[in-house]
Design a protein around this ligand. Structure first.
Ligand SMILES: Cc1cc2nc3c(=O)[nH]c(=O)nc-3n(C[C@H](O)[C@H](O)[C@H](O)COP(=O)(O)O)c2cc1C
Length: 347
């Protein structure tokens, strides 16, 4: 595929994603906390710091992978990096394949490091990337971690997408063996199963981002790019973010589980943390904020978001993220059925 086509594709993804709307009901509504009337802590006592295996996040909200690889998305990356810097959020860039193929595109990603020299930045590649390119992608950003996205449903609906997947697991093994920063295997909105997480754990991966169904929908996005728009029937494919976190329960001691996909409110984010996530990513909300309202408004949005998370933690008597994991949760019958049919031990 030509560089020009790649650039066009990224711009199309951003344009279609920005016009996408979330479903009215999400799986986050299927879990509730038990309310107790008398908190034993004050809002000022709450810490949002999150300690991961290899680094500490000052707060658990991060800007997840989206952009870079075109002139327009360079500007978006620059704006998002300014927000990340001001708010101490970690930030991932979109797939760096464009820069790995064409050095002219490097600055559309490295601008994020230029803006935020001390920040925590994740680079991003696909699961089919050659190992030396994965190493190059980390160098491009001097990244603290490398996200490797696994996106089979997206590729299959994408008209020009990849059709070869059987090489992924061996390639992932090689990447994790050779790259000298933590590797985060990341979905793109289809969620993960306990079998996938087990498989990744067995090859030495210690971080996954379950990125579940419920937010940005890449079946819908790629279908809109198809001539006959004939694959939308797959738009409910995959596990929601809540289901994926439940699936991850038995691996939470060995691995850091990151959550994203359809997180839209501070309460959604707190629910992810209570289900065992170490951090929570959002993509489309940050894109829409920064493109529609600008940098200052997006900083304000992120600050309010985390302030609200502290308020909710106060109601839950959770001074920190670890304590949150002992919250009392009531599940809907739909989620209970998932837990039961999948034989998940969630105690
Ligand atoms: C415009 C756009 C571009 C994206 N590009 C990438 C990408 O290059 N690599 C990747 O791993 N995920 C990519 N994603 C997926 C997001 O990182 C995330 O997994 C997904 O959007 C679900 O989160 P959300 O519901 O908060 O948007 C992209 C998402 C959007 C909206």
């Amino acid at each position: 595929m030509s560089d020009l086509k790649r650039e066009q594709r990224k711009n199309e993804h951003v344009e279609i994603a920005m016009a996408q709307e979330d479903a009215n009901i999400s799986d986050f509504d299927g879990m509730r906390f038990v309310h107790h009337s008398i908190p034993n802590i004050d809002v000022k006592d709450v810490s949002l710091e999150s300690e991961l295996k290899d680094f500490t996040l000052q707060q658990p909200l991060y800007i997840n992978a989206m952009t870079g690889g075109s002139d327009w998305t360079k500007q978006i990356n620059e704006k998002l990096a300014k927000v990340a810097k001001e708010t101490n959020m970690a930030m991932a860039v979109g797939s760096t394949h464009a820069a790995l193929r064409n050095p002219d595109m490097a600055s559309s990603f490295s601008v994020v490091r230029d803006v935020n020299p001390e920040g925590i930045i994740f680079s991003n590649v696909g699961a089919d990337v050659p190992v030396d390119k994965a190493i190059e992608s980390v160098k491009l950003l001097d990244a603290q971690a490398l996200q490797v996205h696994v996106n089979a449903p997206q590729e299959l609906v994408m008209p020009e997408g990849n059709r070869i997947f059987s090489t992924w697991i061996d390639n992932l093994s090689q990447i994790v063996a050779r790259v000298d920063v933590p590797v985060i295997v990341k979905e793109v909105g289809f969620g993960m199963s306990k079998e996938t997480i087990k498989q990744l754990n067995e090859i030495g991966i210690h971080y996954v981002d379950v990125s579940g169904r419920g937010g940005t929908n890449f079946v819908h996005i790629e279908n809109a790019r198809r001539e006959h728009k004939d694959m939308d029937y797959l738009s409910m494919w995959g596990q929601s973010t809540v289901e994926s976190l439940l699936e991850s329960t038995s691996y939470q001691n060995d691995m850091n589980i990151l959550a994203s996909g359809g997180v839209r409110t501070p309460l959604d984010a707190i629910k992810c943390l209570a289900l065992g996530a170490s951090a929570v990513g959002m993509s489309r909300p940050f894109l829409n904020q920064v493109e529609s309202n600008g940098i200052d408004a997006t900083i304000e949005y992120a600050e309010q978001f985390t302030e609200h998370m502290k308020k909710i933690m106060t109601m839950l008597d959770a001074q920190n993220i670890d304590t949150l994991k002992h919250s009392q949760i009531i599940y809907s019958n739909k989620l209970l059925s998932w837990i039961e049919q999948r034989g998940l031990d969630i105690r």
